[in-house]
Design a protein around this ligand. Structure first.
Ligand SMILES: [Zn+2]
Length: 342
């Protein structure tokens, strides 16, 4: 069966690998339907010296699949059913796992497609507990963007930042996969949404998703515009994932007692923090990674209800994956790039 392997930095190859054996106890064999690309794929592809991993590695951290075969002891899943797949291989035994907070697993083997083999392959065996059934009305693409894209954003906005209706939020990079999800989720709950984009052609697209104000960060310093829009008060919440380039401005954009929640650092992992601003302004800095199982189910329920929908840039196959990753690296995308496996 076909799989897409990273064989060395910036080199992917389509290979033939042996299909998985029949599913074992508590396992399910899935036919992968769609893989959604994320920045973690870009990090993995261009090489990350500090990540513990062995090449070759099948890529793909976020995907949906169809149940092909059900192993002994599995209940609630039947062949043909569409499921969303949790993005990390967690232990299932530690307390956080037992409570469905798998992103805090104490014995995690790693993130799929980054530390351990990922989902860019035709079939895979997985523990049934890491699969969340897609409700009616959610297709393979919707289920593919639930674990890392929508799940991460649900966890950031609601579990960590505790976003409330009526608050004002600054969402960085509104054209990114998580940015486009955050705009919709925040707007639908009644927040005022300010977002940034890197080109004028993305302004109308961000507004169409529900953004009240869109700032082209290449033309204006976003923190200055945010102060002006909020009458020098600042926003309640900043949704961060850009990192080094925006960090200082993000802190400056917060109101007193505001919350900054971050799940990424695409422009660089290290930065300085103004500690005086941190304590005098009583800011809360919140790190967020991955999601709880329930975040995936909640995200898909909102998709099924028509409250949010995945923003898809393009769908690609194995042959155009390099171009897709380069476009993501160059921020030349609006929404998600989907790799079709079916
Ligand atoms: Zn665990």
């Amino acid at each position: 069966m076909r799989a897409l392997q990273l064989v060395e930095d910036r080199r992917l190859e389509q290979v033939d690998i042996t299909p998985p054996p029949p599913p074992g106890l508590g396992e399910v064999t899935l036919r992968i339907k769609a893989v959604a690309l994320n920045h973690i794929d870009v990090w993995g592809w261009r090489g990350m010296a500090f990540a513990k991993r062995k090449l070759p590695l099948v890529i793909g951290a976020e995907a949906s699949g169809e149940v092909d075969q059900v192993g002994p002891g599995v209940t609630g899943l039947t062949p043909g059913q569409l499921v969303s797949i949790y993005g990390a291989r967690t232990c299932g035994l530690c307390r956080p796992c037992r409570e469905g907070r798998d992103n805090l697993c104490e014995h995690v083997s790693g993130v799929h497609g980054f530390h351990v083999d990922g989902f860019a392959q035709e079939k895979i065996n997985l523990p049934a507990r890491l699969l969340v059934p897609a409700p009616p009305g959610v297709d393979a693409v919707g289920a593919a963007v639930a674990p890392v894209t929508f799940g991460t954003v649900e966890h950031m906005l609601f579990d960590n930042a505790k976003l409330e209706p009526g608050e004002t939020i600054l969402v960085h990079a509104g054209g990114s996969g998580i940015g486009s999800a955050a705009i919709q989720l925040a707007k639908k709950m009644g927040c005022t949404v300010i977002t940034t984009v890197g080109s004028n052609d993305k302004i109308e697209k961000a507004k169409a998703l529900g953004a009240d104000h869109v700032i082209n960060y290449r033309d204006d310093r976003f923190e200055g515009v945010v102060r002006k829009l909020t009458k020098k008060k600042g926003v309640d919440v900043v949704f961060e994932h850009v990192g080094k380039d925006t960090w200082a401005g993000s802190m400056f954009s917060l109101k007193r007692g505001g919350r900054l929640v971050t799940c990424g650092s695409t422009s660089g992992v290290s930065t300085e923090i103004n500690l005086m601003m941190l304590f005098q302004q009583q800011l809360k800095l919140l790190g967020s990674f991955g999601c709880r199982m329930e975040n995936m189910a909640n995200a898909m329920q909102k998709m099924a209800a028509g409250l949010v929908k995945p923003v898809i840039d393009t769908e690609v196959d194995f042959t155009s994956i390099d171009t897709a990753l380069k476009r993501m690296e160059g921020r030349d995308v609006f929404g998600k790039i989907i790799l079709r496996i079916d």
